[in-house]
Design a protein around this ligand. Structure first.
Ligand code: G3P
Length: 217
């Protein structure tokens, strides 16, 4: 399972990328706004930090605008993945990007029917938003399970990118449900490393080791 960071914070990205466990990055217009920086500049900087796929989202709502913006974003770096909303125009743009060899991430997916259309349009990735479905009383993870079944039924190549992740449990459940990737906020990624029993056990190991008076080196 590929683990992406959902962030535009380059300093945090560098810190977590140093673990060797970050496979890519996703951004969105809200994260770009939060960065307070020019979009092309921050995308270029992220692409210089991480070799894996970096999703950069178009702002246009019409096909022509999406194509113009997406081609400009794709030109920033070879690992840019153009992110488009799951709309009629977004899927038409996705098909054209596919024909041009530009990778796409179809985002704001909230139903299996939408995901079916994204795969038929040739999307590289589809981003079902788990947390936002949970926020509305649904079971977001069920969507991952449904999409996995449909994609396997018809051998679609589109990769399921579990998004809108809120907790470490979301990451585990997305992996169990067959997502190909998960895009994770930095604070949730940090939490993946931690368990109180690990910390407690390590403290006990170190206390017992200290009593030996030994040194390994
Ligand atoms: O960036 C895509 C997605 O992960 C954002 O989800 O609900 O945290 O804004 P959310």
């Amino acid at each position: 399972m590929q683990l992406f960071l959902d962030t535009t914070d380059v300093a945090v990205l560098k810190s977590l990328a140093a673990t060797g466990l970050v496979d890519g990055v996703t951004t969105n217009p809200s994260l770009i706004a939060k960065s307070g920086r020019p979009m092309l500049e921050v995308i270029a900087e992220i692409c210089a930090v991480i070799d894996g796929p970096v999703s950069a989202e178009v702002a246009a709502m019409d096909v022509a605008g999406m194509l113009a913006e997406g081609r400009k974003l794709a030109a920033v770096a070879p690992n840019v993945v153009v992110k488009v909303p799951l709309t009629r125009d977004g899927l038409m743009a996705t098909a054209e990007f596919c024909a041009e060899g530009i990778q796409t991430n179809v985002t704001l997916c909230f139903s299996a029917a939408q995901a079916l259309l994204a795969a038929k349009a040739g999307a590289t990735y589809v981003s079902p938003f788990i947390g936002r479905l949970d926020d509305h009383g649904a079971v977001g993870m069920d969507l991952i399970t449904e999409i996995r079944a449909i994609y396997d039924n018809y051998d679609f190549d589109t990769e399921i990118l579990a998004a809108s992740i809120r907790t470490p449990a979301h990451v585990t459940e997305a992996a169990l449900s067959g997502a190909d990737c998960a895009t994770i906020p930095p604070e949730v990624f940090e939490a993946l490393f931690k368990h109180p029993l690990t910390e407690k056990g390590l403290q006990q190991f170190m206390a017992d080791w200290a009593k030996t008076g030994q040194s390994i080196l």
